[in-house]
Design a protein around this ligand. Structure first.
Ligand code: ZN
Ligand code: ZN
Length: 458
């Protein structure tokens, strides 16, 4: 049932998710073989320079292989036929120097230049050892294209128009899965310095986006399925997926928040027990997930009856493109978007948070969050304003359950923050005291016993 098995000779243990996939030696590794005794690739935290050199070499091999699969002529002909204007596509070769402008961790963008000055982007997915199975990658392409189609056809939210898409399959003449979309001018909001007036202007436009999304309720929780069928399909978030004998196993779609949250947490607990996630702090993570499942879910979901709303799940600020006057030109990178509960969908986007304060465990709202809530109140959107004022529960919850699985230091702060946001903390109780109590409470729990036993002989 693991997503990938360890590729060390003779080992069939589940590979650790994310950090168990090493681009440098092209391996999936289990907890044991990821250890220093077996795995000798440079660690970026210990030897950054050596890591960077090896990583650049690996990226060159990966990107050269990917770009060689793209049929440039077929892409050019397809785009020209769709728009009925001649265009050119540059010969593709990987250039390390320009990588930041054309690729991210998951995608690479090929420009399609029309003779009348218009530019489209062909967005293709990177493929390396860290990539999820092809069936999942293809679903992401369809879901992202569906989300763009939904937003452009049903709302006024500024997004690039999409012109074509195809999954990665032998019958695809372009050679790789892709989405063809408008290239937008504008720079990422996260790269801008904003004065008070600029910030207010952006918040007013962001309020428009929230109000538009609120007008489109869904009956289920999950990701949009397909551009030709804008219904809700399974959740595609990476930590929720599994594989069984080469078949992709997905969770959802869900008709209720209780079912969605319970299923996600149980799946995460399974990953902890299998040694696929939270491998550096499995006992802490197990206790947190167990406690949330047993003691928190009921109260959180009591007020999450539905309907559900679309949310950009990667809202760190670089997804909003603005012009020089801070007008939003477009909101991009919807590949992980899904429908979710009202309180999660309309909590403040992460880029409005005071990150240092938040990671220190404080639930105090940032100035931007308070301003955003008051903009919404001023528009008579009291419900949306309440979601922003009460957004810490959603933020902390997302970071506790399956979020940042390698960040051992932050889990206690997120968890204590969640309890405090729910007003469930005992006065002055520290994480250590809570942990001690939880160890006692679950001392007969088989899962916990297994993890403790495993830790003692490793
Ligand atoms: Zn390695
Ligand atoms: Zn192994």
């Amino acid at each position: 049932m693991s997503l990938f098995n360890c590729t060390a000779p003779g080992c069939q243990q589940p590979s650790v998710r994310r950090k168990g996939s090493c681009c440098l030696c092209n391996s999936h590794l289990c907890v044991k073989h990821l250890g220093q005794d077996f795995h000798h690739c440079p660690d970026w935290q210990v030897n950054e320079q050596e890591f960077d050199i090896k990583y650049a070499q690996a990226e060159f091999v990966e990107m050269t292989a990917l770009l060689s699969r793209v049929n440039v002529r077929a892409l050019r002909d397809r785009a020209a036929a769709l728009r009925k204007v001649d265009c050119t596509v540059p010969e593709l070769s990987y250039d390390h120097g320009s990588r930041f402008s054309i690729m991210g961790g998951m995608n690479y963008h090929i420009p399609v230049n029309f003779v009348d000055g218009v530019t489209w982007l062909c967005r293709i997915r990177r493929r390396n050892i860290t990539s999820t199975p092809l069936a999942h990658q293809n679903r992401l392409i369809l879901s992202e294209a569906a989300t763009y189609r939904f937003l452009s056809s049903r709302t006024q939210i500024p997004v690039p128009e999409i012109h074509d898409w195809a999954i990665d399959s032998p019958s695809n003449p372009i050679g790789v899965g892709y989405i063809l979309m408008d290239k937008l001018a504008g720079k990422p909001l996260s790269a801008c310095d904003l004065n008070n007036e600029d910030r207010k202007r952006v918040l007013r436009q962001l309020a428009d986006v929230y109000i538009a999304l609120k007008q489109h309720p869904f009956q289920e929780i999950g990701c949009l399925l397909d551009p030709d069928d804008l219904s809700v399909g399974p959740v595609l978030e990476e930590s929720t997926i599994d594989a069984d004998g080469g078949n992709l196993c997905l969770l959802g779609p869900f008709k209720s928040a209780l079912e969605y949250r319970t299923t996600s947490i149980k799946h995460q607990i399974e990953l902890i027990l299998r040694g696929e996630s939270y491998t550096e702090n499995p006992v802490d993570a197990y206790l947190v997930h167990r406690f949330i499942l047993d003691d928190v879910i009921g109260s959180i979901t009591r007020n999450e009856k539905g309907p559900f709303f679309l949310k950009h799940m990667d809202d760190k600020g670089d997804h909003i493109l603005v012009d020089n006057d801070f007008h939003i030109v477009g909101i991009i990178d919807w590949e992980w978007a899904q429908t979710t509960t009202e309180s999660e969908a309309f909590a403040a986007p992460l880029y409005l948070l005071d990150v240092n304060l938040y990671y220190s465990g404080s639930n105090e709202l940032s100035r931007e969050e308070v301003e955003f809530a008051s903009v919404l109140s001023g528009r008579n959107e009291t419900g949306l304003a309440e979601c922003v004022y009460g957004g810490r529960v959603a933020h902390r919850f997302a970071h506790c359950v399956g979020g940042d699985t390698g960040d051992t230091e932050s889990l206690p702060n997120h968890f204590m923050g969640l309890r405090s946001a729910l007003r469930r903390n005992k006065p002055h109780e520290t994480w250590e005291q809570w942990r001690e109590g939880a160890l006692l409470k679950y001392k007969k729990d088989e899962g916990l016993q297994n993890l403790i036993q495993r830790g003692s002989y490793e």
